[in-house]
Design a protein around this ligand. Structure first.
Ligand code: ATP
Length: 337
């Protein structure tokens, strides 16, 4: 079977981008024959960018409830919280010790932060913690722990996947003695999955506070957020540049191709932005309303979510514990000379 792995950082309320870019396609993938799916809440990753404990705890609950409400079957997939698997940080340390610092110096996320500092004449490493610097190694541990073959990611993550392969290969060469501990994972880029823009036009992202919440706040919050999407100043009756508009990108992520075509034609024929926003909210609501009920029910019973996560952690650790035993032995932490 092909093992596929996806994580979502517990740094805020899940949004339309998380749903269309990660949750919906991975639930569809988990239903395919021959696929073993691993889905997790990346709460150690959240600590890199978020020092608000309540936000992290709340986000963890919201993201877990979202996965389940969206149709994930915890019996069929392995669904767990990263911090319930103590073997992950242990593996992360082993991998850290075989990773060249120079490799991390080249990581995009770190370099982007350095560039921002330089642009504002600050020290290059100002405000950058070691978690951000070495997070590709934690990501490698997430992937290699379950020997995932395929990792569906956005284009910005391709480099980090290459780093995972580098690190895995280095570990295999150093300690494998003919047997490979780690599979070299492949990225899976799905061109049909677009990166959704947020309210301000940047990528919709929990840490930019520019999101349209998926379920939280009900349909009222969704409609209110859609109303805040920035549009140009063209009046009703004037033709709009549909292809270039954020509303159309969002609409297309939820509609069928023929619905999307008709929406585009209406915009080009002069539909006003207000009407377009109503049509967008209606279309999204059509998909989300039934799931939102399940979501609300789960959020009212956090103990049910916890039970599901504990069962998932048990399933995951049946794989991570024996692998870690072998790795401890391979590096010399268990054998006596
Ligand atoms: P953070 O700001 O904490 O990084 P995020 O909301 O940008 O959070 P992640 O938790 O890092 O998202 O990503 C979880 C998954 O959601 C990833 O597979 C990612 O590709 C997908 N995703 C995140 N934002 C978008 C978006 N705007 N459009 C499409 N997919 C997205």
């Amino acid at each position: 079977n092909t093992r596929v792995l996806t994580g979502i950082t517990t740094s805020g309320t899940p949004h339309l981008g998380n749903y269309a870019g990660a949750i919906r396609p991975s639930i569809q993938a988990s239903l395919l024959p021959g696929v073993d799916a691993f889905y997790f809440m990346a709460d150690y990753h959240a600590l890199i960018k978020c020092d608000d404990p309540q936000r992290i705890a709340r986000s963890r609950l919201e993201i877990a409830a979202t996965w389940i409400a969206a149709g994930l079957d915890p019996e069929k997939v392995t669904f767990y919280r990263q911090s319930d698997i103590p073997e992950i940080p242990e593996l992360c340390w082993m991998l850290t010790c075989v990773t060249a610092k120079g490799l991390m110096n080249r990581a995009h996320a770190y370099k982007a932060s350095v560039d921002q500092n330089i642009a504002r004449h600050a020290e290059p490493d100002d405000g950058i913690n070691m978690g951000l610097f070495s997070y590709p190694i934690l990501m490698a541990a997430d992937i290699l722990m379950f020997n995932a073959h395929k990792v569906p990611v956005g284009r910005d993550q391709i480099q980090h996947l290459e780093m995972t392969r580098d690190i895995a290969q280095r570990f295999n060469n150093l300690y494998g003695r003919g047997t490979d501990f780690f599979v070299l994972p492949d990225v899976q880029i799905d061109d049909d999955v677009a990166t959704l823009p947020g309210l301000d036009g940047r990528k919709m992202s929990k840490s930019y506070d520019n999101t349209i919440p998926l379920f939280e706040g009900g349909s009222k919050a969704l409609r209110a957020a859609v109303k805040r999407i920035v549009t140009d100043s063209r009046e009703p009756g004037q033709a709009k540049d549909a292809e270039g508009s954020h509303l159309y990108m969002l609409y297309r992520a939820f509609a069928t191709p023929s619905e999307a075509r008709s929406f585009r034609e209406q915009l080009e024929a002069g539909m006003g932005w207000g009407d377009a926003k109503d049509a967008l909210s209606d279309r999204i609501e059509q998909d989300l309303a039934p799931m939102r009920e399940r979501y609300a029910d789960l959020m009212a019973h956090p103990e049910r979510i916890e039970d599901i996560l504990q069962a998932g952690a048990g399933k995951a650790r049946r794989l991570s514990q024996p692998l870690m035993e072998r790795l401890r032995e391979a590096v010399g932490l268990r054998t006596t000379p």
